[in-house]
Design a protein around this ligand. Structure first.
Ligand code: S3P
Length: 189
């Protein structure tokens, strides 16, 4: 059996929270767990949490699928860039970005400059299993989800890998990924 990874104590997490001076942005593929992990991280660090896709939907008064269907992906990316620019310029918070956000040059540069960027990664099988639980992702509608995920993952890795912190979020409970992020940030700060 592999040894359990040591966890940060409550007081260590408190000390870390006091040092966080800018937003933390979670980047990575759809299905990797950015929103679920982001919410847990926010609650441990006592920071506000924003899901960028939800903020875009709120600003547009429309779902992501509707935005893609009615106006197309470039329009969505433009809204995504503006929403993320607003969130990244704000006080410390946790931002879960949509899977394609960090591929956009402007959005990525902005996040790298203003936020602590954490790349969450896991294997393709786990991504496919997790995205299968929801039918809200327009990019997965036209074709075989496994092939699309595998292709996007390979195309996007050169961008995601520019984030200074990388954390694996394998199948199973997300607590371990949350702890790894905390340790990654502690080391990075
Ligand atoms: C996208 C991922 C989605 C959402 C949109 C496009 C992508 O967000 O922004 O459907 O390009 O990978 P999640 O990563 O939260 O699923």
């Amino acid at each position: 059996m592999t040894k359990p990874e040591p966890m940060l104590s409550d007081s260590e997490i408190e000390e870390l929270a006091a040092r966080i001076d800018r937003p933390i942005a979670l980047v990575g593929m759809m299905g990797v767990g950015k929103s679920t992990i982001g919410r847990k991280l926010a609650s441990l660090l006592h920071l506000p949490f924003t899901d960028a896709d939800e903020a875009i939907e709120k600003a547009a008064q429309m779902s992501v699928s509707e935005i893609f269907a009615r106006f197309g992906e470039p329009y969505f990316r433009d809204g995504e860039r503006r929403v993320i620019a607003r969130l990244a310029a704000d006080r410390p918070s946790i931002i879960a970005t949509g899977g394609g956000a960090f591929v956009n040059d402007e959005t990525r540069h902005l996040l790298l400059e203003k936020a602590i960027c954490v790349w969450l990664d896991c294997d393709t099988d786990t991504l496919v299993e997790r995205v299968g639980r929801k039918d809200t992702r327009p990019l997965l509608r036209d074709g075989n989800p496994r092939e699309i995920i595998a292709r996007l993952k390979a195309e996007r890795e050169p961008y995601y890998s520019q984030a200074p912190i990388k954390v694996m979020s394998e199948a199973g409970p997300h607590n371990q990924a949350v702890q790894r992020i905390l340790k990654g940030i502690e080391k990075w700060l």
